[in-house]
Design a protein around this ligand. Structure first.
Ligand SMILES: [Zn+2]
Length: 474
């Protein structure tokens, strides 16, 4: 086991958890179980039970993570593919979530430990029984699944459906050149929650993706263009010819001198200024020296979503550290059942900026192909204080498709709305969507997965119909 991989488990076992749970606090939290235990149920009712998870030793962090992962049909289908199911954690997780999603006639609970022991065996380490953060375990599981996916191929092409990537770029408002400053893969998208009374998930996403304007930036591309202008004036002043199409001399190893060979110098600088990498290219020391320092422009810094995952897991980061101690940010975050995200892949930065401001119009056809609409299928809530509290999961069970192929295609037609469940370890309740969306102050992790096209179209038609009804009332 590589040291780096092993350190991840040590990290989860020993780090000061950002939102932790303690056994003492847990015991205070919930009244005796409310478990349905009907004997006489038909097949449809049988589908309406869900499996809980025992919590003998401070395990609610793991229980909530496993329940949340089991809400995703995208993940379940992925784990069932031949490509990954022979790997240890992928197969263990498939067994775990298949168990959690099994239609049951009688209420029952399983144990998370057969799965957690596999995780321990992979890292040759033990998960401590003290304090934990659900986000760290979620990240560890998904990153390990990613490692197993990567082990199935010698190429770096492709990614598991829960991996996305962000792109940081800067665009000069003067020359409109864009350069990428970094590209980061993620398996959990972390959205810092502001210290204010309330906000929305859309606002947090908009803030993450918002363009930031920086004035007085020394854009190398603009400076090269200015230097080329200076050289051109020297060429014109000496009545020399500098045919823009004639680049015979361009590419010479020795940088021409402006005084001795103004035409050669002009062409040399033009080539640098016109190159696609003009904003970031390493320049010869002579050119670097000649660049005009007074040329400044306004740039736009922006983080964009490049690869949109099929399964999007969001962490609402609620930790506040004041320099001495950590506390929990209780800001009410209004969670949306549907969100639409846009990919910047193949899209100009200006168009992307415009698109990301329309995240609230999920399902509307704006002509931009690189977008995905997501539906909330799971939520982990954390109640209590920063250092002691309790995790629960709200989830919708994936449709019971008969085959993985059918699930990949968006699942079978569901005769009714998929039921939401509130799961607190072995205790389960059926709840409404509105109750889930009310968990504004405790929502900690959100599980979204892409909505199949057919469902998007149905939703769009419904939205249009609702608008028409609203209009008729006026
Ligand atoms: Zn520029």
């Amino acid at each position: 086991m590589p040291a780096a991989a092993n350190s991840r488990l040590i990290c989860i076992a020993t780090a000061v958890a950002s939102l932790a749970v303690s056994a003492a606090a847990y015991l205070l939290f919930y009244s005796p179980a409310v478990i349905r235990n009907d004997d006489d149920v038909d097949d449809e009712q049988r589908q309406r039970y869900t499996v809980g998870l025992h919590n003998p030793s401070n395990d609610c962090f793991a229980n909530s993570v496993l329940q949340a992962l089991s809400s995703s049909s995208v993940l379940e289908s992925y784990l069932a593919t031949d490509r990954v199911r022979q790997y240890k954690l992928s197969s263990a997780l498939l067994i775990m979530i298949s168990d959690l999603n099994t239609p049951i006639r009688y209420a029952r609970a399983s144990s998370p430990w057969p799965f957690l022991h596999v995780l321990e065996s992979i890292f040759k380490s033990r998960i401590s029984r003290t304090q934990h953060d659900a986000h760290e375990l979620m990240h560890l599981i998904l990153q390990t699944l990613t490692d197993e996916y990567a082990a199935t191929t010698t190429t770096t092409a492709g990614a598991p459906p829960f991996e996305g990537s962000t792109l940081d770029s800067i665009t000069c408002q003067q020359c409109f050149r864009t350069t990428t400053t970094s590209r980061c893969k993620f398996v959990v998208l972390t959205l810092p929650v502001p210290q204010q009374s309330s906000t929305t998930v859309q606002d947090l996403l908009a803030k993450l993706l918002a363009p930031e304007y920086v004035t007085g930036y020394g854009c190398q591309s603009c400076r090269l263009a200015a230097l080329a202008g200076t050289a051109r004036r020297v060429v014109q002043a000496r009545n020399l010819q500098a045919d823009d199409d004639d680049d015979d001399d361009v590419g010479v190893d020795v940088v021409p001198k402006l005084a001795g060979d103004p035409v050669g110098y002009y062409k040399y600088v033009c080539k640098l200024a016109n190159s696609a990498a003009s904003m970031t290219a390493d320049l010869p020391a002579e050119i670097e020296h000649d660049l005009p320092r007074t040329v400044r422009s306004t740039i736009v810094r922006q983080t964009s979503l490049h690869d949109l995952p099929g399964l999007l897991i969001v962490q609402l980061s609620r930790s506040i550290f004041d320099g001495h101690a950590s506390s929990r940010n209780d800001c009410a975050v209004q969670v949306s059942e549907f969100i639409t995200l846009y990919s910047s892949a193949g899209v100009s930065s200006l168009l992307y900026s415009a698109a990301t401001t329309t995240t609230t119009t999920a399902g509307d056809d704006d002509g931009l192909a690189n977008k995905k609409t997501y539906r909330l299928v799971g939520m982990i809530r954390h109640s209590g204080t920063h250092s002691a509290g309790h995790y629960e999961c709200y989830k919708r069970k994936p449709p019971q498709a008969s085959t993985a192929t059918e699930r990949l295609a968006g699942g079978p037609q569901q005769p009714r709305q998929r039921q939401w469940w509130r799961i607190s370890d072995e205790k389960v309740w059926q709840v409404s969507t509105s109750e889930v969306l009310k968990q504004t102050g405790t929502a900690y992790m959100l599980v979204y997965e892409t909505v199949p096209i057919a469902q998007q179209q149905r939703r769009r038609r419904k939205t249009t119909k609702q608008r028409q009804q609203d209009l008729n009332k006026i």
